[in-house]
Design a protein around this ligand. Structure first.
Ligand code: PHE
Length: 306
């Protein structure tokens, strides 16, 4: 099936962040009045799987993507001292300042959703609105929910996953096939993964992913395993839209828990989607996000100037 072309113009560049080179891509009018800054997950993925968000350029937004340090086309640093939530937040801030983006709409997927929420808590004046897709504020809750999805897999798949876990062998072909059964149900349900999604997985930074996350999406033994800032979500002042897929590895229960705590948050669960509703139900998804951003911008222009 022919894919729609990506909106033009696109500008690629690199910014000096913390003494390293950070790759960014800007889609749409570089002088657009409103910016959507997109934060990828993994931790350790690349921005590529978020490319459908570039469709927002057609609604007049400047859409900015970047690869976190250690990831994708940015410097592939390996210093684990920099593989922290705090450092990732400082990278978002440094890029926002470096590109002079001003107050931004933040979009974050998965772990990037956690970063978007945390950034909105730490930098309220810099954030116009927040949209999360399969985002999370609690890894323990997310992992408990993933366990429930695993319980619904065929018995033979579950047995293979259990054996891999017991033996600590997450790389055997059998284990990886079982893992893909989970991914095809709960990470991206499209029968053929878009090349950008495949690319982000193929290019996953092993140093970042292994250290912060773990060997795969549902074996979270890395440094983020205890991450939980749920009790700080009430501090968020920005309009917030929490999205996810009905079959999302970061389940609707996680999305509801976030939406229940962020003041006045909106919730949108996409019924034919898992972790990538922006691909799995692309038109519907982008329409919902566009409508939310428009309202967030309108509400803001009604507010008296500071
Ligand atoms: N790996 C997910 C991402 O894309 C984050 C995640 C962590 C998902 C833990 C589930 C459990 O960022």
């Amino acid at each position: 099936m022919a894919r729609e072309p990506w909106p033009e113009p696109t500008v690629e560049g690199s910014a000096a962040i913390a003494g390293h080179s950070m790759y960014y891509r800007i889609c749409g009018d570089p002088n657009a009045p409103a910016t959507v800054l997109c934060i990828h997950g993994g931790p350790g993925a690349t921005h590529d799987y978020l490319r459908p968000l570039a469709d927002l350029a057609r609604s007049g937004y400047r859409v900015v993507f970047f690869d976190q340090l250690g990831c994708g086309r940015s410097t592939r640093i390996t210093d684990t001292a920099l593989f922290t939530v705090e450092h990732h937040l400082s990278e978002v801030d440094a890029l926002r300042r470096s590109l002079d983006l001003g107050r931004v709409h933040l979009f974050g997927s998965s772990y990037g959703g956690a970063l978007a929420l945390r950034y909105a808590i730490d930098h309220p004046a810099a954030v116009r609105s927040v949209v999360t897709a399969g985002g999370l504020a609690s890894i323990p809750l997310t992992v408990a929910e993933e366990r429930k999805w695993i319980d619904e897999l065929p018995a033979s798949v579950r047995a293979t996953l259990r054996r891999g876990e017991e033996e600590g062998d997450f790389d055997s072909p059998e284990y990886r096939a079982a893992m893909m059964e989970f991914y095809r149900r709960h990470v991206c349900r499209l029968p053929v993964w878009p090349e950008e999604v495949q690319y982000s997985f193929d290019q996953m930074s092993e140093p970042v992913y292994r250290y912060m996350n773990g060997p795969n999406e549902f074996t979270i033994v890395g440094t983020i395993r205890d991450l939980d800032f749920s009790d700080r979500l009430r501090e968020i002042r920005a309009p917030t839209l929490v999205t996810g897929g009905r079959y999302d590895e970061v389940s609707p229960t996680v999305a509801r828990a976030i939406a229940a705590r962020v003041p006045n948050a909106e919730l949108a669960i996409f019924n034919a989607s898992s972790h990538m509703p922006f691909w799995e139900e692309r038109a519907l998804y982008l329409a919902r996000v566009t409508e939310f951003l428009r309202r967030a911008d309108a509400a803001r222009s009604l507010r008296p100037p500071l």
